[in-house]
Design a protein around this ligand. Structure first.
Ligand SMILES: [Mg+2]
Length: 226
């Protein structure tokens, strides 16, 4: 029985229609005077810290915690500015899933497992009125590696629930093979949803416990017994 559900954000819960990538590019451009510096970066399934490290490596810039902090603050500024200018959307079934978790008597805890920075995640989810249900999470400015974030999110979930969980009592929901791989790295159950650009076939090949084309109509009981 699933007791902790860890959700990815982009491509899984919401489609920000490119606002995040553009805000990243704007922050790169203004901080390093490299207006096209983000060109060629692949964003899906990545952590923001790994993207920043890749970008800095491409341009021979040495990373430091202070520089990362300054960059992510600038990115958050641009993200908040750009998000309302794009007609993003919440994917079908997401709000229903969260509502049924809230209403369930043994309600599974909801957490975030995302490559977004903590502040970036909050800005995006507040924009769509989805932030308040998440009491724990692991974020893409804490570590560049998604499997490390998976371990952090699982530990925080168990601390919050005040109970140890079996790995397969944790469900990771995401839209990329990277989400599936990070679930597998902690032995968690995984649900891959093909709303983010990866095909059903690609997600099946990644070894997800279950693959669906949308979260719409998925009953919570089905998810809890995966
Ligand atoms: Mg995603």
């Amino acid at each position: 029985m699933i007791k902790l559900i860890l959700l990815d954000i982009d491509g899984t819960m919401i489609h920000a229609k490119g606002a995040g990538g553009l805000a990243f590019g704007r922050a790169f451009g203004s901080m390093f005077n490299l207006p096209d510096g983000a060109k060629g970066l692949r964003f899906a399934g990545r952590t923001d810290l790994s993207l920043l490290h890749e970008f800095m490596g491409m341009h021979g810039i040495l990373s430091s915690r202070a520089l990362e902090r300054d960059f992510f603050a600038l990115y958050a500024h641009w993200l908040a500015e750009m998000l309302p200018q794009f007609e993003g959307n919440v994917f079908p079934g997401v709000r229903d899933l969260m509502a049924s978790c809230r209403d369930h008597p043994e309600g599974p805890e909801l957490g975030l497992l995302t490559g977004n920075t903590r502040l970036g995640a909050e800005i995006k989810l507040r924009h769509f009125d989805l932030w308040e249900d998440f009491l724990i999470g692991a974020y893409g400015d804490e570590d560049p590696s998604r499997p490390v974030l998976a371990g952090l999110a699982a530990r925080r979930g168990q601390e919050h629930l005040r109970t140890p969980l079996q790995p397969d009592e944790i469900l990771v929901i995401g839209d990329t093979p990277s989400d599936v791989a990070c679930a597998q790295s902690i032995g968690a159950t995984s649900l891959a949803v093909a709303t983010g650009g990866f095909s059903i076939e690609a997600l099946e090949q990644s070894g997800a416990t279950r693959v669906v084309d949308s979260l719409e109509g998925l009953g919570l009981e089905t998810l809890l017994s995966l």
